[in-house]
Write a protein that binds this ligand. Structure first.
Ligand SMILES: NC(=O)c1ccc[n+]([C@@H]2O[C@H](COP(=O)([O-])OP(=O)(O)OC[C@H]3O[C@@H](n4cnc5c(N)ncnc54)[C@H](OP(=O)(O)O)[C@@H]3O)[C@@H](O)[C@H]2O)c1
Length: 267
């Protein structure tokens, strides 16, 4: 059990590598006990052993393939069942960067399964528990490719656009409660995801790739600042409000109940 004075247990998905491994380190440093999730059990155990030794926190591991329904259900139940859990970082994700016609059905499905399905189900499990206790923080990792699509990122961008829309809705749902929801939108960051995606990090333009440690530290600084949406690499914060304002204005302009006049001219 946790009380308000202790940071409680943080669940990090995709904690065997990349951003998730750094999140695990930073959250342990902040005094969180941890539940680490990923498929590679041995790597998870290595991460856990290091963190126990470095920070003296309790670290559990749960080897699970979040694309597999039974495994996802096990993780969701673990999140729902442990009242000490105060933080979930939905970080696990993957990408294949290629035109859709050059993407296998299995690659497409695994992006939908992990980036969308697992994130949505684990968000639901965590928020149900957090709302019942009026305490808890959900962090969903999206991407700047959630609001911009490249010819090789149609599927990945589509999955991350889901994360953007879904998480912004969740933020409205918890407004005025003790529950927080942060949407983190990294740009290119040096992790294994690039090699796995088919585009090596060395192919990216010089000066555009952030270190994984910097990305997580900025994301946590954004969380500490109370940001709803954190863009670790974007200096011009007003671009975000211009983007969200434009979306709201476009939605508002659609509420006419009539075809726009340009479609009437040719009728
Ligand atoms: N790096 C970037 O440039 C960048 C930019 C924007 C957003 N992001 C997002 O940041 C998040 C972390 O990515 P990363 O760059 O750290 O990638 P990464 O280094 O490839 O790590 C991905 C993590 O997700 C786990 N994972 C993948 N498939 C899984 C599955 N089926 N079940 C359970 N765990 C799974 C992996 O663990 P196992 O292989 O052990 O399962 C690994 O721990 C992702 O959501 C990604 O989309 C990354």
């Amino acid at each position: 059990m946790s009380d308000q004075a202790t940071p409680g247990t943080a669940v990090v998905t995709g904690a065997s590598a990349g951003l998730g491994k750094i999140y695990a380190d930073r959250l342990a440093r902040r005094g969180h006990d941890l539940l680490l999730v990923a498929r590679r059990a041995e790597l998870l155990e290595e991460v856990a052993a290091d963190l126990r030794a470095s920070y003296g926190v309790k670290v559990q591991t749960l080897a699970a393939d979040l694309a597999a329904p039974d495994d996802l259900e096990r993780v969701a139940q673990a999140v729902a069942a442990d009242p000490s859990i105060t933080l979930l970082v939905n970080n696990a994700g993957l990408s294949t960067l290629a035109p859709v016609a050059q993407t296998t059905a299995a690659q497409l499905q695994s992006m939908l399964d992990v980036n969308i399905n697992a994130l949505a189900h684990l968000s639901r499990a965590a928020l149900t528990a957090f709302k019942s206790r009026d305490r808890g923080t959900l962090v969903n990792i999206g991407s700047v490719l959630g609001f911009h699509t490249l010819p090789i990122s149609s599927i990945y961008s589509g999955t991350k656009a889901f994360v953007v829309a879904f998480t912004r809705g969740l933020q409205d749902e918890v407004a005025g409660t003790g529950v927080k929801v942060q949407l983190v939108l990294p740009a290119a960051t040096a992790t294994d995801i690039w090699e796995l995606s088919g585009v090596p990090v060395s192919a990216l333009a010089e000066g555009t790739v952030m270190a994984a440690e910097d990305c997580v530290d900025a994301a946590l600084a954004g969380l500490d600042l109370g940001e709803a949406i954190t863009l670790p690499s974007v200096n011009e914060a007003k671009l975000l409000s211009a983007f969200t304002d434009a979306g709201a204005a476009l939605f508002g302009a659609s509420q006419t109940g009539q075809p726009a006049t340009r479609y009437l001219a040719t009728a």
